[in-house]
Write a protein that binds this ligand. Structure first.
Ligand SMILES: Nc1ncnc2c1ncn2[C@@H]1O[C@H](COP(=O)(O)OP(=O)(O)OP(=O)(O)O)[C@@H](O)[C@H]1O
Ligand SMILES: [Mg+2]
Length: 354
């Protein structure tokens, strides 16, 4: 499902990290200065770029996008600056580039880090002087374009290593908006899940959204979301779509689309503990000398409890699955639960989720 154009700038989220980002975007939007948006994949960089445009005085003018990744240097040059007929073999007609089309509006350069150095120089010139020539032409074109760029690369590091021009970075980074990863926006996870669930309910023609069970909510909250909001959206939409509508709340969260319905019941078993730890919000344990202040037996006991908790959540409180994740037999896991007085706690959760 494609988001409707009026939804494009709808930004869901109330977490402090996200609200700070929105406020920063609102503040810089009215200016014509370049803005650099940085964030992991799927965190909403394009959404913020769109917002910057529609909240600016340029909102009635064009909002032009170019994804700079995977374009060869010559195609990128033609796309950005246009070319004259006959500029090169195959250039039959004049081509108007994105800078020209974005005149008076905003040009969004996505995946900026991958552009070759010569293009970096040309872009810098447009930012500095507001003018350029089409490829193969000598007419000077003047434009007023606001540039918004996005990347998930570490540009300052690239500038240090000489793979990205430091002066272009300086010019683009009048302000830098750092989009928080979803794992730092815990309080937004269920909000976004509900938002995408409601959209899907409409699309599926369900009479209403029955909600998520507590176990499903826990599963959503405890996942690491490496693909951020895009992944969350897919997971939620898939979870609803794979469920036959009943009045019962959604219980199964379909994180992995590559397995069949039957296998899905064993979904949690497919992940190794290492993968779970990688995906969990924080590493299970990190050690430094301060760890020596706690007796070894106590530390080991704490680690056991943490690992058990992690596995139980990952297994959506199914003890057999959790045992498998911990490479224990069911009875061994029960013994650990008993040792740590957790039988009652997890027993109760299992009843609410199963
Ligand atoms: N705060 C938000 N509220 C609602 N939807 C959001 C929000 N942020 C992002 N999205 C949605 O998540 C998806 C990914 O967002 P977007 O394409 O802007 O991310 P991106 O950072 O540009 O990703 P990539 O690095 O993969 O290009 C889109 O469908 C977008 O509408
Ligand atoms: Mg993007």
């Amino acid at each position: 499902m494609e988001i409707q154009s009026h939804d494009r700038v709808q930004a869901i989220g109330e977490s402090p990290a996200f609200l700070a980002t929105l406020e920063q975007a609102s503040k810089v939007a009215p200016l014509s200065k370049p803005v650099l948006i940085i964030g992991e994949r799927g965190t909403g960089k394009e959404l913020i770029a769109t917002r910057l445009h529609y909240l600016s005085p340029r909102w009635e003018q064009p909002f032009i996008k170019l994804n700079c990744s995977s374009l060869t240097e010559s195609i990128l040059e033609s796309e950005l600056f246009g070319h004259e007929a006959g500029a090169f073999t195959g250039a039959i007609q004049r081509h108007i580039g994105r800078f020209e089309r974005a005149d008076e509006g905003t040009l969004f350069l996505d995946e900026l880090a991958t552009i070759p150095r010569r293009m970096q120089e040309k872009i810098l010139r447009v930012i500095e002087y507001g003018e350029f020539e089409r490829v193969g032409g000598n007419e000077t074109i003047r434009v007023s374009v606001r540039i918004v760029a996005a990347t998930n690369a570490n540009l300052p590091e690239m500038a240090k290593q000489g793979t990205f021009r430091a002066d272009l970075l300086d010019r683009l980074a009048f302000d830098v908006i750092n989009l928080p990863a979803l794992r730092y926006r815990q309080s937004d996870i269920l909000l976004l899940a509900e938002f995408y669930a409601m959209n899907m309910v409409r699309e599926l023609g369900w009479p209403y959204f029955p909600g998520f069970t507590r176990a499903a909510q826990e599963a959503l909250l405890n996942y690491g979301w490496p693909g951020n909001i895009r992944e969350l959206r897919n997971v939620v939409e898939r979870s609803l779509y794979r469920t036959e509508w009943t009045e019962e709340p959604i219980d199964k969260i379909r994180f992995n689309p590559f397995i069949t319905e039957f296998e899905h019941r064993f979904d949690a078993l497919e992940k190794t503990p290492a993968e779970i730890m990688q995906n969990s919000v924080a590493p299970v344990h990190t050690l430094d000398v301060t760890a020596l202040q706690t007796p070894l037996k106590e530390s080991v006991s704490n680690l056991e409890k943490k690992m058990i908790d992690l596995a139980m959540r990952e297994a959506q409180f199914n003890q057999a699955k959790a045992a498998k994740l911990l490479s224990l037999s069911y009875h061994q896991l029960r013994a650990y639960l008993k040792k740590h007085n957790l039988l009652e706690q997890y027993g109760r959760k299992a009843q609410t989720s199963d």
